[in-house]
Design a protein around this ligand. Structure first.
Ligand code: SAH
Ligand code: SF4
Ligand code: F3S
Length: 478
């Protein structure tokens, strides 16, 4: 029997692997732990409870947690307890106890609402505690105790799980069935965040646009617009959109509501209809391109990003070539490309004509080089534009400020002033240069933008200046 925790010993270390949903789940898990009287520490050695929130999307991601457990297992002898959370936990279940017997708790994300009870059992010295709900639950993990790691930009999960079952993917098995929160609860959280000083909200879901309000009040596009209209919110992002559920009213909402960001992430996976069919994506190349045409027809210039898998079983050179031509046709602003990784439980694992790792690597490299060249040209077209960025940080050594545009592009800029704008503030920047993955710029001394709610009191009063020329530096109150 493991040692019980004493009061004062309730410290935890949590490390997160995987996607934004996992990052946000961790914020909620941390909030729950703190609510239960635990204190977060930054080193495993200082913690009585060590938690890993894991990802199993590709084999490499899954291996990370077992490597991590291996590195730290000696700490178990010092009385520390271990918990494995997230997608590897749900996927491997009790097998984790066999592989790593010093683990005391294994829980998938669909069981986090039971964390307080699981923690109480852990504290009572119980071993082999599981929360493995799989596809049974229709509940979402809603908690008031969210320890957000950023004071001005935050996530709201609006839909959990996935019912799509693409033939290569573990998510429907690790995250459970698709279930949405009510629009009212999402909007209430958005308002609470705005009241706390947040200005950017990112709505999350494995397929965010598959959202279905259980109360039937709002469509996804209507919810987007409503979040964008919450007083104090200046930017709304949403990820990840699935092409199957991408409807025209999403583009109309972006056109109508200025706070909705000029960016859509729409994973295509492959440019070949044949491969898309084998992947069970349930759309063709042409069908996907029609959605792209809707986005391109918007009044605003919406940036497009995507995910691609290379080396899916049976992918021929000609199929791969079709992916390259699709990238050129769409002209994406960023592409996240992965080598196909066979995953447990998925139909693709037993498909014939697997592609060698050598061919996968070669295709990946060709794709990345091709995309890099496309972006080098497309990013250069921004030179001369004046755009608003939200400041994210500083590079003191270079005297640069790092910000993000509404199109979700990184923009590094100089201000010509020793006082750098604070993280979370909004600044007008002129773009002066580019790399394939980022932009360069400078602020100009002039006048603040009229109507800007966040300009600093130290700057001149805004005028009707027709061309925005200056820096709006606004420190957030929160
Ligand atoms: N729901 C989103 C994707 C979520 S998973 C969608 O359907 O678009 C994030 C990305 O991981 C996917 O877009 C895909 O490109 C990649 N991915 C998923 N399973 C994979 C696998 N078995 N091998 C390689 N990449 C994979
Ligand atoms: Fe995975 Fe497909 Fe669901 Fe995306 S839609 S999470 S790729 S099964
Ligand atoms: Fe990974 Fe699970 Fe996210 S598998 S990508 S952490 S949904």
């Amino acid at each position: 029997m493991a040692t019980n925790f004493n009061a004062g010993e309730k410290t935890f270390y949590l490390e997160t692997f995987g996607c934004q949903m996992n990052v946000h789940d961790s914020e909620k898990v941390i909030g729950t732990l703190v609510q239960q009287g635990y204190q977060q520490v930054q080193e495993e050695t200082d913690a009585s409870l060590i938690l890993y929130n894991t990802c199993s999307i590709r084999d490499k991601a899954e291996q990370k947690v077992f490597n991590r457990l291996n590195d730290t297992k000696a700490l178990h002898k010092k009385g520390k307890r271990f918990a494995v959370l997230g997608c590897v936990a749900q996927q491997e279940g009790e097998k984790i106890f066999d592989r790593a017997p010093y683990v005391s708790l294994v829980s998938g994300s669909a069981s986090y609402r039971n964390l307080p009870q699981m923690l109480a059992r852990l504290e009572a010295g119980e071993e082999r505690i599981t929360g493995l709900d799989d596809r049974q639950t229709d509940q979402t993990f809603e908690t008031e105790f969210t320890a957000r790691s950023n004071p001005y930009r935050g996530y709201i999960t609006i839909i959990e799980g996935c019912d799509k079952f693409c033939s290569y993917c573990v998510v429907p098995f690790t995250r459970g069935k698709e279930r949405s929160r009510t629009a009212d609860s999402v909007l209430a959280e958005a308002r609470r965040m705005a009241d706390a000083g947040y200005t950017e909200i990112q709505l999350l879901g494995q397929n965010v646009n598959s959202y279905r309000d259980p109360s039937g009040k709002m469509s996804f596009a209507e919810l987007l617009a409503a979040v964008g209209e919450v007083a104090g919110i200046r930017r709304v992002r949403f990820t990840t959109s699935h092409p199957r559920d991408f409807t025209r009213d999403i583009v109309e909402a972006i056109d109508a509501v200025p706070t909705l960001c000029d960016h859509v992430h729409l994973p295509v996976q492959s440019g070949s209809t044949q491969v898309l069919h084998a992947m069970q994506r349930l759309y063709t190349r042409e069908w996907y391109l029609e959605r792209i045409a809707w986005i391109r027809a918007a009044k605003r210039s919406i940036s497009l990003t995507t995910d691609v898998i290379v080396g899916f079983p049976g992918e021929t050179d000609a199929d791969f070539e079709e992916t390259l031509t699709l990238l050129a046709e769409v002209n994406y602003d960023a592409v996240f490309a992965f080598k196909y990784s066979p995953r447990p439980n998925t139909p693709a694992i037993s498909m014939p004509d697997s592609i060698s790792d050598e061919v996968k690597s070669r295709r990946l490299q060709i794709l990345l080089d091709h995309q890099r060249e496309l972006q080098r040209i497309s990013y250069a077209k921004h030179i001369g534009e004046i755009v608003e960025v939200m400041v994210e940080g500083h590079n003191a050594a270079r005297g640069q400020v790092m910000g993000r545009t509404t199109q979700n592009k990184t923009l590094n800029f100089t201000t010509g002033s020793p006082i750098l704008p604070a993280p979370g503030s909004y600044v007008q920047v002129r773009i002066t240069g580019n790399f394939p993955n980022s932009l360069l710029g400078e602020t100009l001394v002039g006048e603040a933008l009229p109507g800007d709610a966040l300009y600093s009191p130290t700057l001149p009063t805004p005028t009707e200046a027709s061309l925005p020329k200056l820096v709006t530096i606004g420190a957030l109150s929160a």
